[in-house]
Design a protein around this ligand. Sequence first.
Ligand code: SF4
Ligand code: SF4
Length: 337
Amino acid sequence: MLTSEMVKKVAREAGADLVGIAPLSRLMQAPPETHPLNIYPKTKSVVVLAGRILEGSYKGVRENADWSTYWIYGYGTGIYGPLGNAMRMTRQFVESHGYETVVSPGGHTFLPHEAPPHRPPVAEGKMPSNVVLHMRITAAAAGLGELGWSKVFLTPEFGPRQRFEIFLTDAELEPDPLLQRSICDRCLHCVRDCPGHALYSKHKKVSVKIEDRVFEWGDVDLGKCKLTHWGLNELASPFVKKDMPGFKMNIDEQTMGWFEAINFGRALSQRSRYLSTVANGFDELGQGGRPGSICGAYGCIQSCYEHLKQTGRIGKDKRAYYLQKDDSAKGGENHVE
Ligand code: SF4
Ligand code: SF4
């Protein structure tokens, strides 16, 4: 009989750093645009594989020396290559036991109100043709960690440093327990150090309840974040200003959404020497010429990671602590009043 332990062993041996399993029941309240049954109607379990972002990936950005290492080596060959291989091996293993596996892309982080326009359905009465699971909520449901205040996913092992791949299966696998304590201590270093001024301190919270645990995070201004991440905000990047003297962007005055910001970045990346150097082949819309991660997630990943490491809240033996119930916290320590 196929067990969760067998699946996890294969995934780890094939290169995944973490593996978690969610039962369908934990995702039944998901909106239709991110609902597992709208991708694969026979779903019984959702398996999430995580690959760590290597610590050295950020050094180029932190030292103002090489902005491309985080993006090109950190994401590309550093994570998605090995993680894709682990996915394939794990799915092959599950299917060799007579089950089906269906992929949902591991980079999707939108709530319905934040998402780009949905593609039209292929037939009347059908869902839009780009239904995908919300990667971070799914990873939380699979017991891997939680969304920090910054909305970036935190795990006990790596803090904010990981990316995911996800597959759905009709195999009924033993689920992992949800984290019971919060990794995020609301230090707000992410808010303080975000050069895009895209994270807020207390207002505009988003909450999701899964079983007895409330996951809560701050709403993010995705337009400001994307403009900054792409290097168009001079507080985060000297390049556009150098290549285009006279270009001014006061990030606080920008009101464009994520969709407009990604299109604007894509247009400019072709015309800026440095941005085109670190541009990637395809963007989230499947179109070419995506600029690189010039901001280097300075606030939401780098500052958060430094804080969690320095305060001893993360490490390779920390998971057991976060799985213990904290009876003093109402709805989980993650609640911010
Ligand atoms: S920087 Fe602090 S407040 Fe922000 S997500 Fe990390 S731990 Fe939470
Ligand atoms: S990616 Fe950059 S701009 Fe976006 S929230 Fe993180 S630190 Fe801020």
